[in-house]
Design a protein around this ligand. Structure first.
Ligand code: HEC
Length: 257
């Protein structure tokens, strides 16, 4: 009799405990500050004394650009597009190396839509996931080195921007390859590779300031921003701003020249 009473009490208590649980409600939180950490916005004023105006970080000095990044002077407008199309030229020499690198990157980023041949018949086009992909020799578009770079930078209609995935050297390498595909579609003769003479990395030849140029390993020369290169620091920087591929591409370029 006594044990029956105990069993009944036990069942009642457990029912009481379990039945009041509402699964739409938040459960117990043992360390609530791990669930609700304060999320600070970098430049917004808070009631902290980290920096003046309560900011969590300092704004860059006016007129400076971050390392490894250069401003692009053409605007994301129809006029900007037209100007880039007319005036912007590929600063990288047309070398086999740049072309091969461009092909590699093209295959990664562009071929899925534009097709390996640049005829606009990539896998996504064939499966009708993305429509209206032009062939690179579409006469109505008459693409140029400048317009290709511009659309990679900003994107155009259904095509997104590639400014984040690629750096400027990589974009110009892709650019060479796209022009090459256009030539092939047009049946034009193959362009001759440019010869690059011995001094300096090839990419510097036409005045492009290479990002990460100054951090090339073993390069002790004064770099474009007037700072001595320092490998330890440089490597850190490379991880921050560029893909390893670019880093090694830069190395190759400067070694071979
Ligand atoms: C998601 C599919 C997709 C990918 C990936 C893609 N494109 Fe495009 N691309 C398009 C479409 C769609 C258009 C046509 C846009 C329009 O004008 O409506 C286009 C247009 C273009 C044009 C012609 C723009 C003009 O001036 O009229 C060029 C050049 C081009 N793409 C280059 C590239 C390059 C280089 C890459 C890789 C870095 C790339 N595209 C990746 C879909 C894509």
């Amino acid at each position: 009799m006594k044990s029956l009473f105990r069993i009944i009490t036990l069942i009642t208590v457990s029912l009481l405990v379990v039945s009041c649980f509402d699964k739409d409600d938040r459960n117990y939180q043992y360390f609530p500050n791990m669930y609700k950490s304060p999320s600070y916005e970098t430049y917004v004023g808070y009631d902290t004394d980290v920096f003046e105006n309560g900011q969590e970080a300092k704004l860059p000095v006016e007129g400076t650009v971050s390392r490894g990044w250069l401003p692009y002077e053409y605007e994301d407008t129809n006029e900007g597009y037209a100007q880039a199309k007319a005036n912007l030229e590929n600063p990288l020499p047309y070398t086999e190396e740049n072309l091969n690198k461009g092909k590699e990157l093209y295959t990664i980023y562009c071929a899925i839509c534009h097709g390996d041949k640049g005829d606009g018949k990539g896998t996504l086009a064939e499966r009708e996931k993305i429509l209206g992909i032009p062939a690179y020799n579409d006469p109505g578009r008459a693409i140029t080195e400048g317009s290709i770079y511009h659309v990679m930078y900003y994107g155009i209609n259904n095509m997104g921007s590639y400014a984040v995935q690629t750096n400027e050297v990589e974009r110009w390498q892709i650019d060479h390859y796209v022009m090459d595909l256009k030539n092939q579609l047009d049946g034009a003769p193959k362009r001759e590779f440019e010869k690059v003479d011995a001094e300096g990395p090839a990419d510097m030849k036409k005045g492009i300031v290479l990002r990460d140029q100054d951090i090339t390993e073993g390069n002790e020369e004064e770099s474009h921003d007037g700072m001595k290169s320092d490998n330890g620091h440089g490597n850190m920087h490379a991880e921050e701003t560029s893909s390893e591929e670019n880093h090694s591409a830069t190395e190759e370029t400067s070694e071979e020249n």
